[in-house]
Design a binder for this molecule. Structure first.
Ligand code: NAP
Length: 455
C-alpha cells in the first residue's frame, strides 16, 4: 500500500510518502501503551483541556486545514471549511461533556446491596478511516477515546496522506501527550500485525463493506472489540404533501454534496406517484444548477470524485446498471475524459431486483428514483436493501413521517432535513451498514470498560 497525495481535479501528483517501518511501529505501540497506562491514573479533567485546545486549533485555522481537503480528495473549498468547523465542534462536544459521561452511574435496584458502574479505558484503539471526510471521521473516534484515555493509532486512506498529517499536526500543535494520537502510513500486513497485538483492544473502521469483512474478521480472530461504519443505499422519501420546489432542492443537495461521496447521501429517491412528474421536473432543474469545476474555485458547485480510480469504478458500475435495464432520466453517462476525476450527475430509473447492481452502493453523483402508491409500498422499497444506514422523509405531516421513520430499517432517519452527523446524537448502521455507534454518549462507551462495582 503506497501513500500519495494526487490532486483529483487535474491528476497532478503532490507528493509520495514512505511507509512506517516495523521497528518504528514497535516504538509507536510502546509509546501508545505508555500513554494508556499513564492516562488510567489521571483524572479525566486533565485531558478535557487538550480537546478544547484542539477545537480552537481547527476553528482558528479553517483555511489552512480546509485547503488540504480540496487538494487531496477534491472537496469543494466551501464544504471543506464546513468540515473543519464540524471537526472542531466534535472536539468541543467531548471537551464539554466528557467528564459528565465518565461519572460513575449508581444502580440501586439490586435485590441485595447496590452497584456503581465505573467507566474507564481499555487500551489502544486502531482507527481505520476513509477519505470522504478526512478530519471529522478521525475526530469521531479520537475525541471520545481520548476522554477514556485510550490511545488512537490512525491508519488513514492512502489517498489523503496530507490530511492525515494535518490532523497529526493539529494534535502536536496543542501539545497532546505523546502516544495519545499517532498517524501511521502502514500496509495491510502491518495493520493485521497491529490488530494481533494484545495491547490493542479496539478497532474502529469506517469504510466499505469489503474492508469491513476483512477487518472485522481479523478483529474477531483476535477477540478484539470492533465497530464498523460501512456503506449505505439511503432513501430520500418525498410524500404527496410537500412543497415540491423545496424538497427537490434538498434532495439534490443530499445527493450531490461531496460529489455524492457520502455514506448517508440520498442514493434512492422514493416519490409519491401523485407528485412524481412535478417532482422529477423540479429535481432535473436543481441537478442542472450544479457545475463541475476546480474545488478551490469558490464558484464551483460540483466537486470531482476523490481519485481517478473512484471515477473509473463508478463508470464501470453505471455501465452495468444501464446494461442491466436501468434508464437515464437525466445526464450524460459518457465518461469524462482527461486527467481529472470529474463525473457528470445522473438520475436513473427502472432499477429492479434483476439488475446486477440493484443493491450496490453507487459512491458518486448518481441517483436512482422510484415511484410509490402508498406508505406500505414506500417501506417495501426502502427496506428491500442489504444496507441499513440512514434515510430522510419529507412531509408536512410530521406524525405520518414519524410512523414511516419507525418502519425504516436503518440506524437513523431525519424528517424534513438532510441527514448529517451531529455530535449530540448516535451515528451508525444496521444490517450490512455495520455495527456500533459513534458520537454522543453512546460513542464513548464503545471502547470503554463498563464495570459495576457491587457492595
Ligand atoms: P475503503 O476502500 O473500504 O477504505 C476505508 C479504509 O479502510 C481506508 O483507510 C483503507 O485503506 C482501509 N482498508 C481497506 N481495506 C483494508 C484492508 N484489507 N486492511 C486494512 N485496511 C484496509 O472505503 P473508501 O472507499 O475509502 O470509503 C468509502 C466507503 O466508506 C463507502 O462505502 C462509504 O459509504 C463508507 N463510509 C461509511 C461511513 C459511515 O459512517 N457509515 C462514513 C463514511 C464512509 P487504503 O486507502 O490504504 O486502501
Amino acid at each position: 500500500m503506497s501513500y500519495a497525495a494526487v490532486n483529483p481535479y487535474n491528476g497532478q501528483k503532490i507528493r509520495d510518502f514512505d511507509n512506517v517501518t516495523d521497528q518504528q511501529l514497535d516504538i509507536i505501540l510502546d509509546t501508545a501503551q505508555d500513554f494508556y497506562k499513564q492516562s488510567q491514573r489521571q483524572a479525566v479533567e486533565e485531558r478535557t483541556d487538550f480537546l478544547y485546545k484542539l477545537a480552537d486549533e481547527f476553528e482558528q485555522n479553517i483555511e489552512k486545514y480546509a485547503r488540504v481537503l480540496s487538494t487531496n480528495m477534491g472537496k469543494l473549498l466551501t464544504e471543506a471549511r464546513q468540515e473543519v468547523k464540524k471537526t472542531s465542534s466534535f472536539a468541543r462536544y467531548y471537551a464539554e461533556n466528557g467528564v459528565k459521561f465518565m461519572q460513575p452511574k449508581p444502580y440501586n435496584d439490586l435485590p441485595n446491596g447496590q452497584a456503581q458502574v465505573e467507566f474507564s479505558g481499555t487500551g489502544i484503539v486502531l482507527a481505520i478511516e476513509p477519505w470522504n471526510f478526512p478530519y471529522t471521521q478521525v475526530m469521531r473516534v479520537f475525541a471520545p477515546n481520548f476522554i477514556l484515555g485510550n490511545p488512537i493509532i490512525l491508519k488513514h486512506a492512502s489517498i489523503v496522506p496530507e490530511a492525515a498529517l494535518a490532523f497529526q499536526e493539529a494534535c502536536d500543535n496543542v501539545g497532546l501527550p505523546s502516544g495519545a494520537f499517532t498517524n501511521i502510513f502502514a500496509d495491510y500486513d502491518q495493520i493485521n500485525r497491529i490488530i494481533e497485538d494484545p495491547r490493542v483492544q479496539g478497532v474502529a473502521l469506517t469504510g466499505s463493506e469489503n474492508a469491513g469483512r476483512r477487518i472485522a474478521a481479523s478483529a474477531g480472530e483476535n477477540l478484539t472489540k470492533s465497530t464498523m461504519e460501512l456503506g449505505g443505499t439511503d432513501v430520500f422519501v418525498v410524500l404527496d404533501d410537500v412543497d415540491i420546489a423545496d424538497a427537490a432542492k434538498d434532495a439534490t443537495k443530499a445527493r450531490l454534496t461531496n460529489a455524492g461521496q457520502v455514506c448517508t447521501a440520498a442514493k434512492r429517491y422514493i416519490v409519491s406517484s401523485s407528485i412524481y412528474p412535478e417532482f422529477l421536473a423540479a429535481l432535473k432543474e436543481e441537478f442542472a444548477k450544479y457545475k463541475l469545476g476546480d474545488p478551490l474555485d469558490e464558484n464551483t458547485t460540483l466537486a470531482p470524485l476523490s481519485s481517478k480510480k473512484a471515477q473509473q469504478q463508478l463508470q464501470t458500475q453505471v455501465a452495468k446498471v444501464i446494461a442491466g435495464g436501468a434508464k437515464v432520466l437525466y445526464g450524460n453517462p459518457t465518461p469524462i475524459s482527461g486527467d481529472g476525476a470529474g463525473f457528470s450527475p445522473l438520475i436513473l430509473t427502472g432499477m429492479d431486483e434483476k439488475n446486477p447492481m440493484f443493491e450496490e452502493e453507487l459512491f458518486g453523483p448518481v441517483a436512482q428514483i422510484y415511484q410509490a402508491q402508498s406508505d406500505d409500498e414506500i417501506i417495501k422499497i426502502a427496506n428491500n436493501s442489504r444496507h441499513g444506514l440512514g434515510g430522510a422523509i419529507y412531509t408536512k405531516n410530521i406524525e405520518r413521517g414519524k410512523k414511516l421513520a419507525s418502519r425504516i430499517e436503518t440506524g437513523q432517519v431525519t424528517i424534513n432535513s438532510i441527514l448529517s452527523s451531529q455530535a449530540q446524537v448516535p451515528f451508525g448502521g444496521v444490517k450490512n451498514s455495520g455495527y456500533g455507534r459513534e458520537l454522543s454518549d453512546w460513542g464513548i462507551y464503545e471502547f470503554a470498560n463498563i464495570k459495576p462495582v457491587m457492595y
